[in-house]
Ligand binder design. Structure first.
Ligand code: NAP
Length: 367
């Protein structure tokens, strides 16, 4: 059977929606009525839940009175319930998903013709999906383990990718869970590199610089602005002392400042002092809401703010900038740009200290 390249054949409701915006997807994969020639089917093994989503799930179960000992089970139940109700891992509060690691189970006969999915793919390959779980039909049999520090769930399940989807074979020289964590935020560093180079940026700041995307963004920014000795400045604001210390140890930044990124005036003062002025490019990589004005106020007129964070509010950014007459270009963090997975993996290979940090935080050898 032929499906639709955008996956509309999998949308159950509302009628006419595309899969990402849909309320419910059809995640049935067995039987003649559900086998499509232009889909790739995967055995899902690890879900990498989007950071803003995972944080919201944890906070919601804690607020409901779940004891710390029951946290793993409660998080697993929230994810299982969401996937059963929606046919995909689409957090109804944050609107975000994540991505998954799995093994290719079936390649539809028409997939070889499809850009993005067809290149050299074979049944049994270990792959990471590069489209959001909010767009990915998913069925979960069970959750085997919850790895809260990594925002990852080991699962038994099945998933589908459409013709316009993207996946990448897992690099064999990197630990799988670490690669998955980096690939989850694969759009961040390449976009920062492109933006910074295109505008000839000399000063870049990263909010939430100690997290996954933040560290990668700092690495890309450093490469783009050049060394401190030649006037390039990279400044990070980070909430947690331990992540800040880890980032500082990488030597990518001129300053790593422990400060609440939601404190707009405090962030402005500290960024300006450390960078020597308002920045050309500001990158928001936090996983909490309410940093729009911090990002805007520390960016020069004519500069660019790249909102990678899923906790960003379009309204707060647009009306906030208008309210202080700030002429900044604001960019939504598209998770995709051509070559993003390869560029992100290349960064890990090129910078041994960065790779070691990712291995220590997110890696776990798998047989
Ligand atoms: P992460 O690893 O959890 O990093 C988030 C960082 O923000 C952490 O270092 C965290 O530090 C810091 N932070 C949180 N609250 C803060 C505050 N008030 N002040 C300063 N720092 C604060 O998350 P990630 O995986 O890099 O993801 C970052 C964001 O990008 C999330 O919103 C995620 O949903 C989004 N995302 C976007 C895309 C896309 O395609 N655009 C793809 C994937 C993820 P502490 O926790 O130590 O405070």
């Amino acid at each position: 059977m032929k499906g639709d390249e955008f996956g509309r054949h999998r949308v159950l409701s509302p009628a006419g929606a595309l899969p990402q915006a849909a309320e419910r997807l059809d995640a049935e994969m067995d039987g003649a009525t559900h086998v499509y020639d232009d889909e790739v089917e995967l055995d899902a093994e690890v879900l990498n839940i989007d950071s803003a989503s995972f944080r919201q799930i944890e906070e919601s179960v804690l607020a409901a009175g779940v004891a710390p000992a029951g946290l793993d089970a409660a998080v697993a139940k929230v994810v299982l319930d969401t996937v059963r109700a929606r046919g995909k891992q689409h957090n109804p509060v944050t609107g975000s998903g994540g991505m998954l690691l799995g093994r290719v189970r079936r390649i539809g006969a028409a997939v070889a013709d499809v850009v993005g999915l067809g290149r050299g793919l074979a049944v049994g390959d270990r792959v990471a999906t590069l489209v959001s779980l909010t767009t990915t039909p998913l069925r979960l049999e069970r959750v085997v383990a919850v790895r809260r520090a990594q925002h990852q769930l080991e699962v038994v399940g099945r998933a589908v990718l459409f013709a316009t989807g993207q996946l990448v074979k897992l690099p064999t020289d990197l630990q799988e869970d670490m690669a998955l964590a980096a690939l989850d935020v694969a759009g961040a560093a390449p976009q920062v590199a492109r933006l910074a180079r295109a505008m000839g940026a000399r000063r870049v700041a990263v909010l939430g610089g100690g997290g996954k995307s933040g560290v990668l963004a700092c690495a890309a920014a450093r490469a783009a602005v050049g060394p401190s000795s030649a006037g390039g400045r990279v400044v990070a604001i980070e909430g947690g002392a331990s992540y800040a210390a880890q980032l500082e140890a990488l030597g990518l930044c001129d300053a790593v400042i422990v400060h609440d990124a939601r404190d707009a005036l405090g962030v402005r003062d500290r960024v300006l002092a450390a960078a020597g002025g308002e920045v050309d490019l500001m990158v928001s990589c936090v996983n909490v809401p309410d940093v729009e004005m911090s990002a805007i106020l520390a960016t020069r007129n004519g500069g660019t703010v790249y909102f990678f964070s899923m906790a960003t509010s379009f309204t707060k950014a647009a009306l906030g900038a208008e309210g202080v007459s700030r002429d900044v270009t604001m960019i939504i963090g598209n998770g995709y740009c051509p070559g993003h997975a390869e560029e992100t993996v290349a960064l890990l290979r090129e910078l041994p200290a960065l790779r070691a940090l990712f291995e220590a935080r997110y890696g776990r050898a798998r047989g």
